[in-house]
Design a protein around this ligand. Structure first.
Ligand code: ADP
Ligand code: MG
Length: 698
């Protein structure tokens, strides 16, 4: 039996440990600077650093690292040892406040989108004291933000922290208008549900595509897929159970509240849901969770696939970003509640989210845009590319009633007049049915479901916090000057709901009718990453970021460029991997098998003319045809890869070329291969089949 409370957060230098290890004075000034967001005094920082170092050494650490999240990749670390030379030739273990607060990793190896010229390869990291330091692999990890010497942000943490400040400030401002002057802080809270696949390591090792790109680029359907839903309802397999137990334990030690783990719809697919927490910590925790999943799976002879769509024809993996706002007084601002005066407040926040999602559909869409997620979205298993909101029957009826100035009746009990003074408690069961919606109200929070499984959750949350803060700010501007506050709130709610109702959609998001209707409503349908990323630099978006001090124009452009470059690199790598597999493995295999067929035909014919060879001839002819088409497609893809040189000068058109020209040829090449795989002797096929991959863990 594990002593869960005993090990929980044992690897984290959290508030409790600080209180024990710091003097009262130092602890108080540390808390104060966190609560007010003011810089730490150097003397305080020195003492915190020293206490942290002592604790880390007790835990067996010799090194420390500023742990940060550059714009691509998972996380970055640069390890330094605590060792410091002493005058008499000895070494002592030292760690100063300056080292705690600021680090100087060589920034030249991290993408900057042209912000930081390589000769100016310096950047610095600054401690995020709101996310506690932790121990991993005998190293003290200090969660940090990363920026260039000119102050331009180079990571995902800095803008996330900035957006948290904005949503905090604007939410508090609104709440004060409602008379809640005891509220001094509002945090965005997030619980990310993480999906992933586990497959056997030996099978994985025999698939170049999985190894190089994280997804299968070839592979015919397995006769057994997810038709029976038996994996979802089935018991968790022993090996997976052992993996989950170890993962839980390691996560708990890091203070991560891993709560539920279960199988998902697809074979070999699973999910982990943590208990929600403040968004910057949730983001750090999710990065750590993904890292640990990969590492612990290996220890159990398995590989954890975090790609959004590792297998064609099988559900991909997503990450549901459950988002809400909570006050320091313990109130969830997205909880409908029962009291009339709170209902108006809830409706105002709800209206702000509806307004923001409608005005910034493009930002939400592009915040989840990656090459991998493009394969998952819009495929009848994940929300479509069109951003819309699901409110559930109760809430939608209320919204309609407000817009139409009608009386609203729920279950014949609660009657609400046009001013929305009363609101029935939202029944949670009516809000969770629609799985097809990208952005669903689920009782006391919104669930943004478009995120791919591999995504760092920072970007979508930067968008959410910023755009909702911006709308709240305009609401406050309007309300602060109102003579009659109640009437002004009511008017504001109604006006905005009316204006933005087009974003609300409770129907089935997977249908063609919705695509047509969404177009009529004027909603965006950005079907690819390059198309979505193009919107990043629209004037209204640049202004939003600037107005809220999240990014300046250079930073937005840099981000856009990095994401486009990343997209291009992925498609390029996939195309090259496909060509390698096609030429070196698949073509020779099919050619050898057809050779064997021809030999069989010849030998049978030699025995007697009466022996039928029509079956072999039919198959030989089919495979030979396919092989010749395959060879033509290889040439076509080869020339498309070469042709991309013409686009090197313009990153947007280069990405569009990858999307429109290369991907389609890759899909065609795969289709031919998959058809050949279906009728080629399995002992000739060079790779483990989908069946072997998906059912490899028993
Ligand atoms: P489900 O019915 O989907 O299982 P849960 O209520 O268990 O819903 O929540 C799913 C995820 O949402 C969990 O990670 C949970 O911690 C998170 N969550 C719950 N409440 C909030 C909240 N107020 N803010 C952010 N996330 C939340
Ligand atoms: Mg959920």
């Amino acid at each position: 039996m594990i002593d869960v409370p005993g090990i929980f957060a044992s690897n984290v230098f959290n508030d409790e440990k600080m209180r024990v290890r710091l003097t009262q004075d130092v602890y108080d000034s540390y808390r104060e600077s966190i609560e007010n967001g003011t810089p730490l005094d150097l003397k305080v920082a020195n003492e915190v650093a020293d206490a942290m170092k002592e604790w880390a050494i007790e835990k067996g650490c010799t090194h420390y690292t500023h742990w940060f999240q550059p714009m691509t990749g998972i996380t970055a670390e640069k390890h330094d040892s605590f060792i410091s030379p002493h005058a008499d030739g000895h070494v002592i273990m030292e760690f100063s406040g300056k080292e705690l607060i600021k680090g100087e990793p060589d920034a030249s190896s991290f993408p900057s989108g042209g912000i930081r010229a390589t000769f100016e390869a310096r950047g610095y990291t600054t401690w995020d004291p709101t996310s506690p330091a932790f121990v991993k692999d005998n190293t003290l990890c200090i969660p940090t933000a990363f920026m260039s010497y000119t102050g331009d942000v180079l990571d995902k943490k800095t803008p996330l922290l900035r957006s948290m400040n904005r949503i905090n400030h604007e939410s508090v401002r609104i709440l004060h208008l409602f008379g809640k002057t005891d509220v001094t802080r509002v945090d965005a809270t997030v619980g990310p549900e993480q999906e992933y696949f586990l497959i056997d390591k030996d099978v994985y090792e025999r698939r170049k595509d999985l190894k190089y790109t994280g997804r299968t680029l070839f592979g015919a359907r397995s006769p057994k897929g997810q038709q029976l839903d038996d994996h979802y309802f089935g018991a968790i397999k022993q090996r997976v159970k052992a993996f989950m137990a170890e993962l839980d334990e390691e996560l708990w030690k890091l203070g991560i509240y891993a709560k539920t783990e279960h199988n998902e719809v697809a074979p070999a697919q699973h999910e982990l849901a943590p208990i929600f927490t403040t968004v910057n910590i949730a983001a750090d925790h999710n990065q750590l969770t993904m890292e640990l999943m990969k590492r612990i799976a290996r220890k159990h002879g398995m590989v954890c696939l975090l790609h959004e769509k590792p297998f064609k024809g099988v559900n991909g993996s997503g990450k549901h970003n459950n988002w809400s706002l909570s006050t320091n007084t313990g109130e969830n601002l997205l909880k409908p509640g029962k009291k009339p005066e709170e209902n108006t407040q809830f409706l105002l926040f709800l209206t702000a989210v509806i307004t923001a999602v409608d005005d910034y559909q493009d930002l939400l869409r592009l915040s989840v845009a990656t090459a991998g997620n493009d394969h998952r979205m819009g495929g009848d298993e994940a929300p479509p590319f069109i951003i819309s909101m699901f409110l559930g029957d109760d809430l939608e009826a209320i919204v309609e009633a407000i817009i139409n100035r009608e009386e609203y009746e729920s279950q014949g009990k609660v009657v609400m007049n046009t001013g929305a003074e009363a609101l029935p408690e939202i029944r949670k069961d009516t809000t969770d049915r629609n799985r097809t919606s990208p952005f669903a109200f689920t009782g006391n929070k919104f669930e943004f479901r478009s995120l791919g499984s591999a995504l760092n959750i920072s970007c979508p949350n930067i968008m959410l916090n910023t755009m909702v803060a911006d709308v709240l700010s305009s609401f406050s501007d309007e309300l602060e000057n109102a003579a009659d506050f109640d009437a002004a709130v009511r008017r504001l709610i109604r006006k905005n709901l009316k204006k933005h109702r087009r974003i609300i959609f409770n129907g089935d998001g997977y249908t063609d009718e919705w695509v047509a209707e969404a177009e009529q409503r004027g909603l965006l349908n950005l079907r690819s990453t390059p198309e979505a990323l193009k919107k990043y630099t629209l004037k209204k978006n640049l202004e939003l970021f600037k107005r809220n001090n999240i990014f300046n124009e250079t930073e937005v452009k840099a981000r856009q460029e990095i994401l486009l470059e990343n997209y291009i690199n992925i498609i390029d790598l996939e195309a090259l991997t496909m060509l390698d597999m096609a030429k070196k493995d698949i073509f020779p295999a099919v050619s050898a098998f057809t050779g064997e067929l021809a030999e069989t035909i010849r030998r049978k014919r030699a025995v007697s003319d009466d022996i039928r060879v029509d079956a072999e001839v039919k198959l030989l002819s089919k495979l030979s045809d396919l092989l010749s088409q395959f060879s033509d497609k290889i040439d076509e893809l080869d020339s498309k890869v070469g042709g991309s040189i013409a686009y090197r000068k313009n990153i947007q058109s280069h990405a569009e070329y990858c999307c429109n020209e290369m991907l389609s040829t890759m899909t065609e090449l795969r289709a031919i291969s998959d058809e050949m795989e279906m009728c080629t002797d399995s002992k000739y096929w060079p790779y483990p089949s989908y069946g072997q991959l998906l059912f490899s863990v028993q």
